[in-house]
Design a protein around this ligand. Structure first.
Ligand SMILES: Cc1ncc(COP(=O)(O)O)c(C=O)c1O
Length: 457
């Protein structure tokens, strides 16, 4: 089967193409922060795969029959049946997006001082653990540290470290084990069923609740069918179900693998816990049959969940990301290997060797992609994770200087992705021309969203 999108285009939206001078002006106005750019200034937007997806005709049609009753809407029951069928969990709560599910679960389950153990907490997940006074601990597997290794499941948790945490002096503090599938904070790498099975067994043995952060459950399941022996004969939906079966519940941002724009769920097995979560849900999101979503949204999500587990869709999406990864590698730019599905992570530190971490090479590459081609993306390096002293000098750099190219679902065609590779190839011909950056304004929280920086000419 050639690399081909298994859908055709029915509605189009023009994309802006600015001149380099216009982009330079836009970036200067934006304080060289991609989050401050306006959509009309962007040609290809690879900032996030979250809520940036294209709906199908069937989703649009489903939205039209959304039932907007305040309580007991038909759309809720359709949504619940879909999530229940997929996960097997008996208690399903809709929420407006993933972080709301995190907040409700952690506030209900965790106590101050407790530990949340994970392969890697996503940043909102970490923030919500911390907001209840608990501590988020990441235990990524050893293979994850080698960006170039082709190990198939670099999203796994380190089982030896998890065993130590569950049996060591702090064992009574462990309040939850949360596995992020796929591991967004860990290079978008998948988690194997073998790893999830071992985590589940350990959690049962030590009486610790085990949850999934299932934002990309279908993409993880697809990579399991492709990479893990013993799963090739199963459908992505069957693999996803086996993963859900191992856990006590899940939080999910449906802005990813429900191919939608907004939505999420919290699902649990325990009835008592569900009741307590529903109280918070009603107080802060909305009544338990809408959770902050419209009937229209619930219908679109239910249909999206049916579409996302289709093998043809997942095959084409994985192939498109892989293809872009191969083009980028051929152009001489290293990516975190092997390519995952929802994003590619460029190793900017290796390309821009003339820039020290304190000159933010990841950010420099992201800025250059915008200036040269109108491509918006964000760094995951020292601007995001580093620490500065009072004078703004970097005192702790990130382990790697990466740039994430996140790929919205069903939005860009193969030729759009090839354009991205071409722009990057041009930059890679003379990387020493890319200037470094310095921070000129840095807010105390969530710096990468709000800071202003400037190029060092
Ligand atoms: C793995 C993971 N968990 C949780 C979230 C938070 O979801 P939301 O943005 O819907 O609040 C995200 C969002 O990017 C994510 O990637």
């Amino acid at each position: 089967m050639p690399l081909m999108e298994p859908y055709r285009v029915k509605v189009v939206e023009p994309i802006p193409v600015l001149t380099r001078a216009e982009r330079e002006a836009a970036l200067a106005r934006a304080g060289y922060n991609p989050f401050n750019l306006r959509a009309e200034e962007i040609t290809i937007d690879l900032l996030s795969d979250s809520g940036t997806n294209a709906l199908s005709a069937a989703q649009q049609a489903a939205g039209m029959v959304g039932d907007e009753s305040y309580a007991g809407a038909r759309s809720f029951y359709r949504f619940r049946a879909e999530v229940e069928g997929l996960t097997g969990y008996p208690h399903i709560m809709p929420v407006h997006q993933g972080r709301a599910a995190e907040r409700i679960l952690f506030a209900t389950l965790l106590k101050p001082g407790q530990l949340s153990l994970s392969n890697t907490h996503f940043d909102t997940t970490r923030a919500n653990v911390q907001l209840v006074g608990a501590v988020a601990v990441d235990l990524p597997c050893q293979e994850a540290a080698d960006l170039d290794s082709e190990a198939p499941f670099k999203g796994d948790i380190d089982l030896a470290a998890l065993t130590d945490a569950l049996t060591g002096p702090d064992r009574d503090r462990v309040g939850i084990v949360l596995m992020t599938v796929t591991n967004n904070g860990g290079g978008g790498q998948p988690v194997s069923m073998a790893n999830l099975t071992a985590v589940s067994r350990l959690c049962r043995q030590h009486g610790v609740p085990f949850y999934l952060d299932a934002a990309r459950f279908a993409e993880n399941a697809w990579l399991v069918t492709q990479r893990e022996p013993g799963y090739a004969h199963l459908s992505p939906a069957q693999v996803a179900r086996l993963a859900f079966d191992l856990a006590d519940g899940a939080v999910a941002s449906l802005k990813k693998d429900a191919i939608a724009h907004i939505g999420g769920f919290l699902a649990v097995r325990d009835e008592e816990l569900a009741k307590r979560c529903e109280l918070l849900l009603t107080a802060t999101e909305g009544f338990r049959t809408y959770g902050g979503l419209s009937g229209r949204d619930l219908e679109i999500l239910a249909q999206g969940l049916r579409e996302v587990v289709q093998p043809d869709y997942l095959r084409s999406r994985a192939a498109a990301t892989h293809h872009l990864g191969e083009l980028i590698t051929a152009a001489g730019v290293s990516i975190v290997r092997p390519a995952g599905i929802h994003a590619l992570y460029l190793n900017a530190g290796r390309l821009l060797t003339h820039l020290a971490p304190g000159r933010y090479p990841g950010h420099a590459l992201a800025m250059e992609l915008y200036l040269a081609g109108g491509i918006r993306c964000a760094e995951l390096g020292s601007l995001y994770l580093g620490e500065e002293d009072a004078d703004g000098n970097l005192v702790k750099s990130a382990p790697y200087e990466l740039v994430r190219l996140a790929i919205p679902r069903r939005v860009y065609t193969q030729s759009h992705l090839e354009y991205v590779a071409e722009v990057l190839a041009e930059i890679a011909k003379a990387p020493e021309r890319v200037p470094g950056y310095r921070i000129v304004e840095s807010p105390p929280l969530l710096r990468h969203f709000n800071c202003r920086v400037e190029p060092i000419r």
